[in-house]
Design a protein around this ligand. Structure first.
Ligand code: GLV
Length: 336
């Protein structure tokens, strides 16, 4: 078999690049900004595999421009940037990197929840603006996290880790998810509810559902009206889960009390977005998984998924494994 040729859509942290270079001929996109769709298509053409990021759109046009691609390894747990149906139609295997980022992302979701509840970012702005004149009994009063009810929407790997943290903080947990999770219920005391019940009961609502056609804008004007007026929305999932125009109006008009968003639609959020005019909003630049150790693990797992697939094995984290019948034979033929 010849050495596979792969395109890597950005420089990666940790050992991943070294590992890939040992196994394949590697072309790396050298810039900080992602390749344009045209550049991505041009560089992926002639490659057997591509390692992509959530900023890269992998669609029919790209796959047609790079007909030699056998596998697209997405360095993310989410894969809404990949048209999986288009990949499956063309026999392209798609992989992702769940698991390794769940705890780090949950830590960050909790950091946002705490920051919004206790007005940490506002407090920092207040100090920097020279407004801290004295200790005041009514200055920057927030909400308690302990004893409050947390609503988790999406009890996958990340939602589960958030529930564990919430238990430690003495929160009551209600959740809604595609499937019920009895083990997590037993471990954390989380109670299963309909989506509407979660929104109605929770003091904090945190989103961990994947973005699909069914979940797009699941938080909209109507659902925001169901939430408590004192509620805080935390989103470390995908920006598309929320109707942002409706969220802006709800926050402006006091329909809910606050929001902390690590993901927006579009990304990046433009600096003149109306949400950024509000004091009761925190926006961070999609960094929930951004710890040194976790980003290195994600990069290595994405590299391993790619290399394994190009050796003819189907990785555990293949999204469309149903297309991988006689995968090893297909790979051997392509790399003969
Ligand atoms: C990040 O957003 C991911 O999906 O891994």
């Amino acid at each position: 078999m010849r050495r596979p040729r792969i395109f890597v859509a950005r420089g990666l942290p940790g050992r991943a690049m070294e590992f890939l270079a040992e196994q394949a001929d590697v072309d790396v996109w050298p810039e900080e900004m992602p390749p344009s769709p045209e550049a991505l298509a041009e560089r992926a053409a002639g490659c057997d595999g591509a390692l992509t990021l959530l900023t890269d759109r992998v669609d029919a046009a790209l796959l047609d421009a790079a007909p030699g691609l056998l596998v697209v390894s997405n360095m993310a747990t989410g894969f809404d940037n990949v048209d999986v149906a288009a990949a499956s139609e063309r026999g392209v295997l798609v992989t992702r990197t769940p698991g390794v980022l769940a705890e780090t992302t949950a830590d960050f979701a909790f950091a946002l929840l705490m920051a919004a509840a206790r007005r940490v970012v506002e407090g920092d702005r207040y100090t920097r603006a020279g407004r801290w004149k004295t200790w005041g009994p009514e200055v920057l009063l927030g909400q308690d996290v302990h004893g409050a009810t947390l609503g988790i929407i999406g009890m996958g790997g990340i939602g589960t880790e958030v529930a564990r943290r919430a238990k430690g903080f003495g929160m009551r947990i209600v959740y809604h998810s595609g499937t019920r999770k009895p083990m997590i219920e037993q471990e954390t005391g989380a109670e299963f509810r309909t989506l509407e019940e979660v929104l109605r009961e929770a003091d904090f609502v945190t989103l961990h559902a994947p973005l699909t056609e069914d979940t797009r804008q699941m938080i909209n004007a109507e659902s925001l009206r169901v939430m408590k007026r004192t509620a805080v929305l935390v989103n470390t999932g995908r920006g598309g889960l929320v109707d942002q125009a409706a969220l802006y109006e709800a926050l402006r008009d006091g329909v809910i009390a606050g929001a902390a968003l690590d993901v927006t639609d579009p990304e990046p959020m433009p600096p003149d977005d109306p949400l950024l005019t509000l004091e009761n909003v925190i926006v961070t630049p999609h960094i929930a998984s951004a710890s040194v150790a976790t980003r290195s693990r994600m990069a290595l797992l994405a590299a391993e998924n790619l290399v394994m697939s190009l050796r003819g094995e189907v990785p555990e984290h293949a999204v469309n494994r149903e297309i991988a019948e006689r995968w090893s034979e297909r790979v051997s033929r392509a790399l003969a």
